[in-house]
Design a binder for this molecule. Sequence first.
Ligand SMILES: NC(=O)c1ccc[n+]([C@@H]2O[C@H](COP(=O)([O-])OP(=O)(O)OC[C@H]3O[C@@H](n4cnc5c(N)ncnc54)[C@H](OP(=O)(O)O)[C@@H]3O)[C@@H](O)[C@H]2O)c1
Length: 250
Amino acid sequence: MNLANNITGKVVVITGASSGLGETTARLLASKGANVVLGARREENLIKITNEINSELNGKAVYLKTDVTKKDDVQALIEKAVSEFGKIDVLINNAGLMSIAPMDQLKIDEWESMIDINIKGVLYGIAATLPIFQKQESGHFINISSVAGIKIFSPGGTVYSGTKYAVRAISDGLRHEVGGKIRTTTIEPGAVDSELKYGSSHKESSDFVTDFYKNAIPSDSIARAIVYAIEQPADVDINEIVIRPTVQEF
Ligand SMILES: NC(=O)c1ccc[n+]([C@@H]2O[C@H](COP(=O)([O-])OP(=O)(O)OC[C@H]3O[C@@H](n4cnc5c(N)ncnc54)[C@H](OP(=O)(O)O)[C@@H]3O)[C@@H](O)[C@H]2O)c1
């Protein structure tokens, strides 16, 4: 079997596609012939990435300015995929925020943002897409958790870890409930070079994160793993992939 054919023509919706591993995954999938639908808030980034994909790569790209904390935005993104391409094969719930600070700094606004983006954004994606997957009798959810969803990134990352534990729990529960014809993959990256490291307002934590990310691996390390999960035959569900820099202990 030519596994490359399992990417060509697939319709893949990616949230948080304006930078980092969402952007890199969109480009890699498009290079393999996927049609990609990009969502994020920074429209100027989405326009640039979409134009580059459409002029240089095999697949086709469209975008919709999307704030995943707004369920109507996420619904509109999914509807755009269906109206453009007639179906959805994969939803990559990737949009995320990492704001690191010790609990006693009481960064309540950042706690709320992480919960809204990292957890509720994922749920809105599932809610908008699951009825389509059930009707199609096929589909693939890929949810981006973290190694911080396996072990608590403390001190500082307690709430971030809480959101990523939630993504892992929701992903595996979803797999259990809707499996059969619908695939669910959870990806748990370690330190990956992206803009995520700039999400902390607490100076000492931000300095720690900058130092920690000196060992970060490139975002295409994750994009290749996502391609691997998607290109498997429909009866093979890659449930979980953990990817760390070789030197990373945590
Ligand atoms: N980098 C790592 O070391 C690492 C490790 C483990 C897990 N992860 C996870 O990987 C995912 C991608 O992160 P990244 O590393 O690629 O970081 P990134 O470069 O900061 O990308 C985050 C993406 O999320 C989008 N986003 C944030 N808030 C959003 C919102 N309200 N609505 C829509 N999009 C939103 C951003 O776009 P806009 O700002 O344009 O909206 C951006 O495209 C995240 O879930 C992150 O937690 C990353």
